[in-house]
Design a protein around this ligand. Structure first.
Ligand code: BT5
Length: 264
């Protein structure tokens, strides 16, 4: 595979896509500020459940809490999927979990390498961050209208092209497998797995999502330090609850429930 035949096109994606509704509508940009921002605005205008927005590069790719996502051209995947789940708002973290599971499965299928999940939203290969997930929700009166799952995946990125501050903590699928990966094949596999997981969520089988997430997680049964807002929680991550909150036994033996934050 060469760079020239690794172009992302609607036709190429539709040829390999085996989904029922995810990817019925696909938008591809050569360059955009943020696929998540675009998908959020499409969703506000009524975009279909499963609409996919992709870009070959982003100017303002974003992470959580205003952080930025390094998004160079032509080598990675930057995508956002509009979902309209009928799930209660309190299950929003499970949508991120389901997406992370889908990504781990797709990496395994296409690159034949194991990936793991670091709570709440990082996908790691060999302990380095290969992908991040940003779920944004639109709510009304405590009800979930729609959400957008944004994924940034380092696919064929050369490690030497990473900014210096990311070099020791980030990686790409190609760097770990020493093989260039067909981005379209990875994307098609990912979208199929997202649809499968989404159906499990729609059936209300939360337990299945939690159990599979745990089987890929590297955060459990470890000493952790978590920055959650302006609080730091230290202890042992013992479990996650049914809504995806991390349960941490602190030094006093008290179980702290952490719904969002960063393991530092
Ligand atoms: C995330 O945030 O990990 C979620 C990233 C989601 C990016 C996608 S790209 C498509 C879609 N459109 C968007 O605008 N966003 C989504 P967080 O957990 O806050 O992690 C952000 C941190 O990851 C940064 O502060 C860096 O330390 C690190 N980082 C930035 N770019 C990276 C990259 N390409 N690979 C690995 N780590 C990176």
């Amino acid at each position: 595979m060469t760079k020239e035949n690794d172009l992302l096109t609607v036709e190429g994606i539709k040829n390999c896509l085996a989904t029922r509704f995810i990817g019925t509508d696909i938008y591809i940009f050569d360059n955009i500020d943020s696929t998540n921002d675009y998908a959020m605005s499409l969703a506000k205008e009524g975009a279909l459940d499963g609409t996919v927005v992709l870009a070959d590069s982003q100017n303002k790719g974003k992470g959580r809490l205003g952080r930025s996502w390094f998004s160079p051209r032509g080598v990675n995947l930057y995508l956002s999927v509009v979902l309209r789940p009928k799930t209660a708002l309190e299950h929003i973290t499970l949508i991120t979990f389901a997406s992370a599971i889908a990504l781990v499965r797709a990496i395994n299928d296409i690159a034949n390498i194991e990936a793991h999940i670091k709570w709440p939203n990082d996908v790691l290969i060999n302990n380095k961050k290969a992908a991040g997930i940003l779920t944004e929700a639109n709510t009304e009166a405590n009800k979930l209208n729609f959400c957008v799952i944004g994924m940034g995946i380092n696919v064929n990125l050369n490690i030497n092209d990473l900014p210096l501050d990311l070099r020791d903590k980030a990686t790409s699928i190609m760097a770990e497998t020493e093989k260039a990966i067909d981005r379209t094949a990875l994307l098609c596999s990912l979208l199929k797995h997202i649809e499968d997981m989404y159906n499990i969520l729609a059936e209300g089988d939360f337990n299945r999502i939690i159990e599979e997430w745990k089987s890929f997680a590297i955060t459990l049964n470890r000493d952790v330090r978590i920055q959650s807002g302006n609080k730091v929680i230290e202890g042992i991550a013992v479990d996650i609850d049914n809504n995806g909150a991390l349960l941490v036994t602190d030094r006093n033996g008290i179980i702290q429930r952490v719904l969002s934050g960063d393991v530092i």
